[in-house]
Design a protein around this ligand. Structure first.
Ligand code: UD1
Length: 341
């Protein structure tokens, strides 16, 4: 049983990935600082898979402890690195926090890994690196555009750092996975997204409005050059996304990678407008959503959706779950969350 480290393994995408790794027979070690996650998620993972992941509460900014950790866990076969801050708005007001949390920690991990024999590394990146792409759907060849926020910049810089390490060390293998918009929750409704405070992302805002926590959803602009005037994104079910991490990891473990640094887009390949997401939610939940159209949100791009051919062909991975599946699971998760409070 290969032992895999998942940093940020109690977070939203991390916890779903731990479940899929355990299902595939991997032994999982989680590092998490609990800054944006709950330790209860460990029990919930166990309730789903019947297996307890090992857990170390560790802040990756503590360089000495990171070094000590990797000295103890010498037998890791791979690392999936999720741990990072991800609130775009916050990053604009606290850039240094973002560079420290997302970049310094990456450097510490990569340095510690230099002493390990095998280094198979999966990096959590984002379609935000493409900005408003000139062509849709977006391929991995699309140019990386100037980042709109410190958060986005940390993903670009993170990719560059890893690429440079790969260049000088042919034994080091990395894959950067560029996520489009992850939504939804596990169908057990035991794990899902836990936004702190007022959600900035569309889907948690929709479910919190429908459950009565928020008065109404503001739809940011209906005068974009799209069919219904609202922005278009590629919403991918978090379980499909989690499965892609397992596939990418196996590619490295089985040495099927073509070069020692690769990038893949992870999306469904289909763009949905904000209005389509709202309609999907209303259809699957049977709830009427309270919403109003307001001004555009600064920094929003008009449309982004993935060209999934590279991931389909090279990884042999494809998203199977639909927008309706994702919205229903997000709603079930929201309802269960409020029952337990
Ligand atoms: C954002 C981040 C992106 C990150 C992703 C994680 C920015 C610029 N980008 O993407 O880096 O990877 O979250 O999921 O913030 N909307 C509303 N009302 C709301 C919230 C959102 O109309 O209350 C609209 C937005 O205008 C957008 C769409 O819903 O058109 C999706 O927004 P959101 O969920 O915030 O994701 P992104 O902005 O695409």
């Amino acid at each position: 049983m290969d032992k895999i480290l998942v940093t940020g393994g109690l977070g939203y995408i991390g916890s779903h990935t731990v479940v899929e790794l355990q299902k595939e027979g991997f032994e999982v070690v989680i590092i998490d600082d609990l800054s944006n996650s709950s330790v209860e998620t460990l029990d919930r993972i166990k309730a789903i898979t019947g297996k307890n992941p090992q857990f170390e509460e560790l802040d990756l900014k503590e360089k000495d402890r990171v070094e000590a950790f990797f000295k103890t866990y010498k037998d890791l076969k791979g690392i999936i690195h999720f741990a990072a801050s991800k609130a775009v708005g916050e990053s604009v007001n606290h850039p240094l926090k973002y560079y420290e949390n997302n970049i310094s920690t990456l450097v510490y991990i990569l340095k510690a890994l230099q002493d390990l024999e095998t280094s198979n590394f999966i990096f959590s990146s984002s379609c935000t690196v493409y900005g408003q792409a000139d062509e849709l759907p977006i391929t991995e060849e699309a140019p990386v555009k100037k980042a709109e926020s410190p958060y986005g910049n940390t993903k670009q810089i993170g990719e560059e750092i890893i690429q440079e390490v790969c260049k000088i060390n042919s034994e080091f293998n990395a894959i950067a996975l560029r996520y489009f918009n992850p939504i939804g929750a596990h169908d057990s409704a035991l794990i899902g997204e836990l936004p702190i405070g007022i959600p900035q992302n569309l889907v948690p805002f929709i479910t919190q409005t429908a459950i009565g926590l928020r008065e109404e959803l503001s739809v940011f602009g209906d005068d974009y050059p799209t069919e219904d005037g609202t922005c278009i994104r590629d919403y991918i079910h978090v379980v499909d996304l989690a499965k892609a991490h397992v596939v990418a990891l196996k590619r490295l473990l089985e040495s099927n990678n073509k070069t020692n640094y690769e990038t893949f887009n992870l999306g469904t390949g289909t763009g949905s407008s904000v209005m389509e997401v709202i309609k999907s939610f209303e259809r699957v939940s049977g709830e009427k959503l309270n919403y109003k159209i307001v001004e555009r949100r600064e920094g929003d791009i008009i449309a982004a959706y993935a060209d999934t051919e590279k991931a389909n062909k090279e990884l042999g991975w494809k998203a199977h779950l639909t927008l309706n599946d994702a919205m229903l699971s997000a709603w079930e998760w929201e309802k269960k969350l409020r029952e337990n409070l």
